[in-house]
Ligand binder design. Structure first.
Ligand code: PEP
Ligand code: MG
Length: 296
C-alpha cells in the first residue's frame, strides 16, 4: 500500500480537461523541506511563519527572515511557495509583542488585526518577503482577513516597503498577494475580495470553527467541528464560485485539503491547489489521478 502510493510521488495530477491540480505542502520550518520534497510536494501552499517568531527570545530580524524565506523559495523553485504573514494571537504569546488579556483569543487580536496595529513588526516581514521574491516563486497570503480595508491597508504598507527598498538600493521583487478565507465574513465578501487579490486559500481549520461556532480545541463540541457539515461545505462552495468567477486561483490549506473523501467535491467546486501535511500528499495525488481515470 505504502509502496503503491510512493509511485504517485512524481505524478503531476491533471483533470480530464488538462487542468493541473497543485498538491502542495503545509510546513512551518526549513527542517521540513526535505520531507515535503520527498513526499512529492509541488511547492508550499502554507508556510506558517509563527515558529520563526516563537523560537527566539526576541523578534526575528529582517535579514534573518529574508534568508529563511529565500532558502524556502530556492528549495522549491520553480514551484510556488505561499508564505503566510504572521498569524499569532493571545493564545500563543511570543517574546517582543505584548498581548492584552482576552476573554476569547480566537475572536481577538490576532493575525492581520495584530499586524496592522504593529506596522513595525509587519513591515519588517513584508520587506523580507519582497527581498526573498528575487530568489524564487514567492507568494504571500494574509490570515484572518474579515474586511476589505485590511487588504487595502496591507497593500499600502507593501508599496511603502517597496519604495523604501528602492531608495536603499536593495534588490527586491513584487509578489502575488492572496488572502486566506477562514472567517465567515471573508466568505460573505468573497466576490469583492476576489477583485482585490491574486488568489484565495481556504483555511478550513478556522473556517469550520467560525462557521459552526465550535471551538476547534474543545473536545466537547468536536462533533460540530466537521468540515463535511453542509454549512461549511456551502461556505467553501461560495468561496470557490467567487474566485472562479473573478478568474483567480482558489486553493485550500486547512487539514481538509488532504481528505480523500472530500477532494473530489473540492475539485468539482473549482479548487486547483490543495495544500496539506506532507504525509497526505501521495494519497491525495492518487485520488486526483483516479478521478481522471473515472472520467471526472
Ligand atoms: C486554517 O485555519 O485552516 C489554517 C490552515 O491555518 P491554521 O491552522 O494555522 O490556523
Ligand atoms: Mg487559520
Amino acid at each position: 500500500e505504502r509502496n503503491a502510493l510512493t509511485a504517485f510521488r512524481d505524478v503531476t495530477p491533471k483533470l480530464a480537461d488538462g487542468t493541473v491540480i497543485e498538491v502542495a505542502a503545509n510546513i512551518g520550518s526549513l527542517e521540513e523541506i526535505d520531507a515535503a520534497l520527498e513526499a512529492g510536494a509541488m511547492g508550499v501552499g502554507l508556510f506558517r511563519t509563527e515558529l520563526l517568531f516563537m523560537r527566539h527570545m526576541h523578534l526575528p530580524s529582517e535579514d534573518m527572515q529574508a534568508e529563511t524565506y529565500s532558502a524556502l523559495a530556492r528549495a522549491f523553485a520553480p514551484h510556488p511557495v505561499i508564505v503566510r504573514t504572521l498569524d499569532i494571537g493571545g493564545d500563543k504569546p511570543i517574546a517582543g509583542i505584548e498581548f492584552p488579556e482576552e476573554e476569547n483569543p480566537f475572536l481577538g487580536w490576532r493575525g492581520i488585526r495584530m499586524c496592522l496595529d504593529r506596522p513595525d513588526i509587519f513591515k519588517r516581514q513584508l520587506r523580507a518577503l519582497l527581498r526573498a521574491a528575487v530568489h524564487g516563486n514567492v507568494k504571500v497570503m494574509l490570515p484572518m482577513v474579515s474586511e476589505m480595508d485590511e487588504v487595502r491597508r496591507t497593500k499600502v504598507l507593501i508599496a511603502e516597503c517597496a519604495a523604501e527598498l528602492n531608495a536603499e538600493g536593495v534588490p527586491h521583487a513584487m509578489f502575488p498577494l492572496g488572502v486566506m478565507i477562514e472567517t465567515p465574513a471573508a466568505v460573505l465578501i468573497a466576490p469583492a475580495l476576489a477583485r482585490e487579490v491574486d488568489f484565495f486559500s481556504i483555511g478550513t481549520n478556522d473556517l469550520t470553527q467560525y462557521v459552526m461556532a465550535a471551538d476547534r480545541l474543545n473536545p466537547t463540541v468536536a462533533k460540530l467541528n466537521d468540515v463535511a457539515n453542509p454549512a461549511v461545505m456551502s461556505a467553501i462552495e461560495m468561496t470557490a464560485r467567487a474566485g472562479v468567477e473573478a478568474g483567480i486561483m482558489v486553493g485550500m490549506c486547512g487539514e481538509a485539503a488532504g481528505r480523500p473523501d472530500l477532494i473530489p467535491a473540492f475539485i468539482r467546486m473549482g479548487l486547483t491547489e490543495l495544500s496539506m501535511s506532507p504525509a497526505s500528499i501521495p494519497r491525495a495525488k492518487k485520488v486526483i489521478a483516479d478521478l481522471k481515470a473515472a472520467g471526472g
